[in-house]
Design a protein around this ligand. Structure first.
Ligand code: PHE
Length: 344
């Protein structure tokens, strides 16, 4: 095959291959195959030495012309490939600002917090302050100042966790009333929400940790009628106009007289159902007139002042409100349960 023929074949082959090349790797391979150290065109150039001297200049010119053309084509293709790759890259990296974002889970308040906030709203609306106290409490505030001296049998009902002989995990929110009476002068109007502890076995209606809200009002001439009126307003605010309260005699060492307070069943509105066991009433509060002995022990003159107090379990309110039948659900932290109380 003479050199011209070889050159023509190389050129044809290169042109044909150039057509099919779509990426840089393909182009580099062709460049190497034709123009590399051992490339076909390079070899041809080298083999020129075998030609008669008079033919060499012409052959050199022809080979160089082909090389230049090929190089120009390859450079052109190279630029095209670069542009295409750039376009592809931009397409890949494009940000669609209308695309919905990945789901980011957002928390929501715990049902007990919702109930607590709502009760605080109702009472602050009636002029009460919200006051908090420690969960690790002195026996003095949790029991003694509330007329529950050491070895008093009424302590049994609140069998508890002792840190040492004089320090307990508070068994109710009532110590906050003792603390407040000692630190403030009447008139006093407070509610005290918070966590309390008792040595109870866990079941559907008991937990060693639960939540209460205490209420305390002290002023001149406060009577049981004020207590009844306040709790009626509370119940109606929470559950509707047709709800009222019923007082049954009871005993607490720190109130005298004392009452268990029932509300019209919020499920059947008094007709009688499964929730109220057919009675039309549900028990939700303990309450009473602050025992004068407690007032005096806490530094408030019982001859001038009187007051009432009440305590409500927040779990009970939340269970009634949301139709929850097992208290343990509140503490398990299962998001399938908790996420049902989203209020937005
Ligand atoms: N502290 C009482 C309890 O936990 C509830 C209560 C509070 C009763 C205030 C009367 C007055 O059982």
């Amino acid at each position: 095959m003479d050199m011209q023929e070889q050159l023509r074949r190389i050129q044809e082959e290169a042109s044909a291959q150039l057509e099919g090349i779509r990426d840089k790797a393909g182009l580099d391979a062709l460049r190497l195959k034709m123009l590399g150290k051992k490339g076909e065109l390079t070899m041809l150039l080298r083999s020129m030495g075998q030609l008669p001297a008079e033919e060499r200049p012409k052959a050199g010119q022809m080979i160089n012309a082909v090389r230049e053309r090929l190089t120009a084509h390859m450079d052109e293709l190279d630029a095209k490939i670069k542009q295409l790759e750039q376009e592809k890259k931009l397409e890949r990296e494009a940000i669609d600002v209308t695309e919905p974002r990945a789901h980011t889970p957002i928390g929501c308040p715990h049902p007990i917090s919702l109930v607590q906030d709502q009760l605080c709203d109702v009472f602050t609306g009636m002029g009460f302050d919200v006051v908090e106290g420690p969960e690790v409490e002195f026996d003095l505030f949790n029991f003694e100042l509330l007329n529950l001296p050491k070895n008093h049998p009424a302590r049994d009902a609140q069998d508890t966790f002792y840190i040492d002989e004089n320090i307990v995990l508070r068994t109710h929110t009532s110590p906050v009333q003792a603390r407040t009476m000692r630190s403030r002068k009447p008139p006093i109007r407070i509610v005290c929400p918070g966590r309390v502890y008792r040595a109870d076995e866990v079941d559907a209606t008991h937990s060693p940790v639960f939540h209460q809200m205490e209420g305390l009002v002290i002023d001149k001439d406060v009577t049981m009628a004020d207590l009844k009126g306040t709790l009626d307003a509370f119940a109606q605010n929470l559950y509707g106009e047709d709800v009222t309260t019923r007082f049954r005699p009871s005993f607490f060492p720190f109130t005298e007289p004392s009452a268990e307070v029932d509300l019209t069943c919020v499920n059947c509105h008094g007709k009688g159902c499964r929730v109220c066991k057919g009675t039309g009433w549900i028990e939700v509060l303990g309450a009473g007139m602050v025992n004068p002995k407690v007032l005096d022990m806490c530094g408030i003159d019982s001859k001038t002042y009187s007051g009432f107090a009440f305590g409500v379990g927040l779990e009970r309110i939340a269970m009634l409100r949301y139709g929850i039948t097992d208290m343990r659900l509140f503490y398990e932290g299962d998001v399938r349960f908790l996420s049902q109380f989203r209020e937005d």
